[in-house]
Design a protein around this ligand. Sequence first.
Ligand SMILES: Cc1cc2nc3c(=O)[nH]c(=O)nc-3n(C[C@H](O)[C@H](O)[C@H](O)COP(=O)(O)OP(=O)(O)OC[C@H]3O[C@@H](n4cnc5c(N)ncnc54)[C@H](O)[C@@H]3O)c2cc1C
Length: 402
Amino acid sequence: MIRSAGRELIDAVIVGAGMVGAATALALARAGLKVAVIERHPVSPPQPGEPVDLRVVAIAPHAQRLLSELGVWADIAAVRACAYQRMQVVDAAGGSSLSFAAADYGWPCLGHIVENRLVAGALWRAVERESGVRLLLGDELQSFETDSAGVRVRLASGGVLGARLLVAADGVNSRVRNELLIGVDGAPYGQSGLMAHIDLERPQPGLAWQRFLPSGPLAFLPLSDGRASIVWTLPTERANALVAEPVEQFEAQLQRASAGQFGRVRLAAERAAFPLRLQIAQRFVDQRVILVGDAAHVVHPLAGQGVNLGFEDISALLASVARARAAQRAPFGDSDLLRWGRERRSEATLAARAFDGLNRLYGVAEGPLVAARALGLRVIDHLPPVKRKLAERAAGIRAGAL
Ligand SMILES: Cc1cc2nc3c(=O)[nH]c(=O)nc-3n(C[C@H](O)[C@H](O)[C@H](O)COP(=O)(O)OP(=O)(O)OC[C@H]3O[C@@H](n4cnc5c(N)ncnc54)[C@H](O)[C@@H]3O)c2cc1C
């Protein structure tokens, strides 16, 4: 039976302190559990006055709520977070559009655009202040053993940790998942998401705008510095070519792709392209190991839901801990973990399929499907109850977390 070199087992070891792993560590510690979290690449959070980082995410209301409950949202917002109150989706080939406004639902906003590094950094600072957590920065998972009682984790530094649960929050290429020989469903999209920050001639504060082109969607997301962050999905070869293109040619192509929505566009800083894939682990639970965040599920970024699904994993884990306690059971019992894994895999699969379907649907450039698609979007735009359901899903209300 697993024991940690004579020491008692702690409740959980979390591998990876990206946004999801760091939030898992903090959430479990706040629930009174003893945890350790290992991160091999510490990042420093951006400070006010520093340029906005390239990597940003749209944080949905349920994720904001989790971060507020963990006491870190105020720290994030104090540096910067840009709320958006309106969202517009435009079908370039079909000529129709769909709009959402937070005011229609009595909500303050539909979400916030925040830097990945800022979210992770704020969580780390909170974790460092927490007594129930060991934060092992600059260390790495070397190997692990697991049985029905727990896990033993060996670190690159030579340390050994014993725990009742191993949480793999180690990202898309999860080593833990690979070592457990957990296969994945899905495949690379052959598309990349080109990210850049753009100066706009006609900024539209509070608007998240996405234009579906046959080559992939182009999103303009508002930033707190008045610029926009773009996520431009393109076939990978074209995305890479655009990253290398001289600035003026890049701007001319972006100008065309955005159909002049924001007037003249100018590249503000660096550009980078990130390969996209659909990937769902075949199991989220294996004995005393669970997978969360990108280690478990990677979805197309067109709906801005990737990390939000990871935050839903955590909310569901907290609910599972609470249910176990209410029934006077220790958290992380086998049946509790299996239930958590089943529910989370089913949610993630549904979401991944929906985003995949949209990506395929809007990849069609001509023919009867384009007309049917345009009509469908127009009809939905005039059906407030359907729009409300879509907005609630995006906000995370279906997860019961809002
Ligand atoms: C172009 C693009 C746009 C996106 N836009 C959005 C959006 O708008 N909204 C949204 O919700 N999501 C978005 N996403 C998805 C989002 O970025 C990811 O879902 C999120 O970053 C995943 O976080 P994570 O913590 O699960 O994984 P990661 O951020 O990958 O973190 C994993 C961590 O584990 C560490 N690690 C790995 N292996 C080890 C090891 N052996 N030992 C120790 N540490 C280890 C790594 O150093 C890393 O810090 C987007 C993705 C892309 C590509």
